[in-house]
Design a protein around this ligand. Structure first.
Ligand SMILES: C[S@@+](CC[C@H](N)C(=O)[O-])C[C@H]1O[C@@H](n2cnc3c(N)ncnc32)[C@H](O)[C@@H]1O
Length: 275
């Protein structure tokens, strides 16, 4: 099949394989082109990010032609963070979203980077430390499926390009919502399916051919960058994700397409159970 026929985007049933119910039922979880036993995926993800951590920021900027920074700025703006607020950056990695949030909370607020992978946190330290005076940025190493904070702790919780790596997607979101205060805001910034079919074909070609080649050339691993496009194509589409977040306890979920939908930012507000 020719690349312009978009063979690479999965149908609804295939996307269900990324959802908790399917994973619980089958005991299998996919990470890109590979399938793992449910309990083994988190370890595979950890090893993957150990491998890519030293070059993560460089490769991200290169592969996105720098646009990822604009996406991150646009997404954090949607959260409307105020001075003094407490913000959790789940799957925070090297801390780009956390830095943007800390500029808004100021030193009277607090931002916590929560990530399973120590190497990713370490790789971002050189960026975070100079910003320490802008706000308190802390680090916690842990699994997004069991966030080690009490209920109703944060004003905002955000996740950028991380939730699709979490074995149980709904569980990860449910945890973010649990630690939000009622009325607190959640942001999810993720890759998605470009809207324009011609642009989508070019993007497919780039994703499956150029990206792994650049990964091999510049980071010494084609495989690490070959798994990325497939995880993106397994992820719920924007309306599916909005429905999931609403079911899990958010109100007013809305989303914005970035660069024709290569990325999508969703925000919503934690429902107050007692209203
Ligand atoms: C693609 S990076 C995104 C980093 C950062 N948010 C950004 O936008 O640049 C994904 C991050 O998710 C983290 N991660 C993957 N699975 C996780 C889990 N179950 N719990 C917490 N962090 C996880 C990885 O260690 C990695 O740092």
């Amino acid at each position: 099949m020719a690349f312009w026929q978009n063979p690479r985007w999965f149908d609804d049933s295939k996307r269900q394989e990324q959802i908790d119910d399917y994973i619980h039922a089958t005991g299998k979880a996919r990470f890109g082109i590979r399938e793992y036993a449910e309990e083994k995926k988190a370890e595979a993800v950890r090893i993957h990010f150990d491998r890519v951590a030293p070059k993560y920021d460089f490769m991200n900027s290169l592969l996105s032609f720098g646009i990822q920074h604009a996406w991150k700025r646009a997404a954090v703006r949607m959260l409307d963070i105020h001075a003094g607020e407490r913000v959790l950056d789940v799957c925070g990695g090297t801390g780009d979203l956390a830095i943007l949030a800390a500029r808004r909370t100021g030193p009277s607020g607090q931002v916590v980077i929560f990530d399973i992978n120590r190497a990713m946190i370490q790789a971002g330290r050189h960026k975070i430390d100079p910003f320490a005076d802008l706000g308190h940025i802390g680090y916690v190493q842990g699994n997004a499926e069991a966030i080690t904070f009490p209920d109703n702790t944060f004003d905002c919780a955000m996740v950028g390009f991380g939730i699709r790596n979490v074995t149980h997607l709904k569980q990860g979101f449910a945890e973010m919502i649990r630690v939000l205060k009622p009325g607190g805001r959640l942001l999810c910034l993720e890759f998605s399916r470009p809207l324009n079919p011609v642009f989508r074909s070019l993007y497919d070609f780039y994703s499956f051919n150029i990206m792994p080649a650049l990964g091999q050339l510049l980071a010494g691993s084609a495989e690490s960058y070959a798994c990325l496009p497939e995880t993106i194509r397994m992820f719920p589409l924007p309306d599916e994700l909005a429905a999931m977040l609403t079911d899990l306890g958010l109100d007013g979920v809305r989303w914005t397409f970035l660069t024709n939908g290569i990325s999508v930012a969703h925000v919503g507000t934690k429902r107050n159970k007692f209203l």
